[in-house]
Design a protein around this ligand. Sequence first.
Ligand code: ADP
Ligand code: ZN
Length: 517
Amino acid sequence: MSDADRLLREIFGFDAFRPGQAEIVEAVTKGENVLAIMPTGGGKSLCFQLPALSRTGVTVVISPLIALMRDQVRALQEAGVCAGALTSGNTPEETDAVWESLERGELKLLYMAPERLAAGSAMGMLRRIGVSLIAVDEAHCVSQWGHDFRPDYLRIGELRRALNVPLAAFTATADAETRDEIIEKLFDGTPPRSFLRGFDRPNIHLAFGAKNNPRRQILDFSAARRGQSGIVYCGTRAKTEGLARALREDGHSACHYHGGMEAEDRRIVETRFAREDGLIVVATVAFGMGIDKPDIRWVAHADLPKSIESYYQEIGRAGRDGAPAETMTLFGPDDIRLRRTQIDEGLAPPERRSADHARLNALLGLAEALKCRRQTLLGYFGETSEPCGRCDLCDTPPDVFDGTTAVRKALSAILRTEEWFGAGHLIDILIGAETDKVRARRHNQLPTFGCGKEYDKRQWQAVFRQMMGHDLVRPDPERHGALRMTEGARPILRDEATIELRRDTIRKADRRPAVKA
Ligand code: ADP
Ligand code: ZN
């Protein structure tokens, strides 16, 4: 694992880079002058924070908003990074602490408001402390024509000249005039390495599928793409071997790959994959870093990835040559349960856990999206776009129906049994199945018993899966995965909100006349 990947995991707690981040991190770490344009929320701060940790010396961060600086400093300190801010909002103790850590040579990131640069002493101080990088957040503030102009930003160019160190400038404002002005004022007119590629990978077709028979589904998908190089990602090491064997039996050239294999065996797979045409590698996420085969024609997920970031990174390995590439991601309730449990039982501190749940929710939202997947995906990364025409939902818009009544019935079954049961038992109650467990708990006497006979078991499973996808219910690891209602479900229960569900997955299982909406 590279240094950057290790820091990403260990310090920042992320399992994958967001679109664009890896390239920027690499350039900044190397000490190139960089101008990076990323949408708001795209994850700019990581692009200077992570390099600051890999480089020797202090990184000075110029940022216009004191509150934002304080937030970042606090988050870095909590992650065990030595960071400090010199702002007008400091208490004397805070300022002293910053000086002390500077003197001890421990400080890695020093945040400063641009006004500070005006003080005559600042330049001398910055010369003494061994600054090795200047990072400028909200770099468009140098633009005199923009509405965020901050005169003190004009001193940054001077600072760069005086210290003679690389500078990395970040902004979300992408118009050409602002860009030119940033280059003029911060880089003395010498164009830095610039990153302004959008996040979209238009040649990659996006698709999700409800998992019902994953082996069959993967075999069908690859049978339709015989002779093409592809990757199948699995959630566990054990699965990779079996699936690779099944693919070979189906006449493909396929092998497995995971982090538990001998380094030598892994290298053989990597080399074969790079050289051979049409090899399928069935792998865990350990496969991918450092793989830069341009003509991977497809990527399939036999299990749901960890987060929307991991998803983007993994499908992004397909079609680097720009030619059409296809992806398919399978997901089912077991995946959701597994990912939630991994988060809850992981070692991460509580606040990181809730962020991990949120990133998983974003992926589930994408999986259960009702309109263009690319729009949903790019929207999450801050980019707005039109319906793409190259995703499963654009190909066949899903048939949706008002699922409010069904969802309310399911929620009521959950609440009547005091949030102590999983989907299987709840479904038995809804369809009125007199199982031993139902009788033993007297759940056949609940008013909800048999109130959902309009659907069969599989249809209710689809409803529950979509409810999990919309984060209306979550399995509670402390109750053996019993489903509990989330805050998000309350408005539906109270009749203040309605919810649309996809009909296709429900109808597929339908053996009876069409379901009433
Ligand atoms: P901006 O580009 O608007 O400055 P931030 O740097 O504040 O964005 O990042 C936005 C959010 O994205 C933050 O909550 C941050 O924790 C999260 N984030 C950044 N990089 C990643 C990543 N690689 N994986 C997951 N979340 C990330
Ligand atoms: Zn689309």
